[in-house]
Design a protein. Structure first.
Length: 198
């Protein structure tokens, strides 16, 4: 039995479903909303590579080290983006949340906050994780700000850690949240979702 089993998660008009090839057209359209593949510090696939992106995610699911979700608008079924559990370590009940990106038109809306609430609730309250982590490019300041707004703690920077899509070598900023910190973070996420947006 896998540590992360297929599951559907829903709240606030957003649904997370296990990513599949059924989501190919929707994921391609979401990436095209803002031509996200041109952003140097992300892993968004070019339109012609969307199928391979999904196949790679499915292969990693089979290997047990990544579980990708399609993020959908519940009312319409429109694919808004994707997010994953990855670097899954069942023995120490730790995983990370990443491979996250959304169509430009839904960035800075309730979508990411809702998806993180769903993923964190499932990780801590269903899977029994002790720690949830994040990692991001040292130049992806938007991602760092979003992770810090969640209440995650910065663990440090791994220098010379990974290749970017342009072949340059990036430093990786690491964050984590422990299970004991989750109740306060959950309350804060619910507050963010409840308050009116300007």
């Amino acid at each position: 039995m896998a540590f992360v089993e297929p599951v559907s998660l829903s709240a606030c008009g957003i649904t997370l479903l296990p990513l599949s090839l059924d989501h190919e057209d929707g994921l391609r359209a979401a990436a095209a909303d803002g031509e996200l593949w041109n952003i140097r510090v992300t892993s968004v696939p070019e339109p012609e590579n969307t199928r391979q992106y999904i196949n790679d995610a499915l292969a990693m699911r089979e290997a047990g080290n990544r579980f990708a979700f399609a993020v959908l608008e519940a009312a319409t079924g429109k694919v808004l983006g994707t997010s994953s559990y990855h670097d899954i370590l069942p023995a120490v009940k730790r995983l990370e949340i990443g491979y996250t990106w959304y169509a430009k038109s839904v960035q800075r809306t309730h979508v990411n906050t809702t998806a993180k609430l769903l993923l964190l609730t499932h990780a801590f309250e269903v899977l029994g994780c002790h720690v949830v982590g994040w990692r991001t490019d040292n130049f992806n300041f938007a991602s760092q700000s979003a992770i810090e707004r969640l209440g995650a703690k910065k663990d440090g920077v791994i220098r010379g850690h990974a290749l970017r899509r342009d072949g340059s070598i990036r430093d990786t900023v690491m964050y984590s949240l422990r299970s004991g910190e989750w109740p306060e973070v959950k309350a804060q996420l619910l507050y963010f979702l409840d308050k009116p947006r300007a």
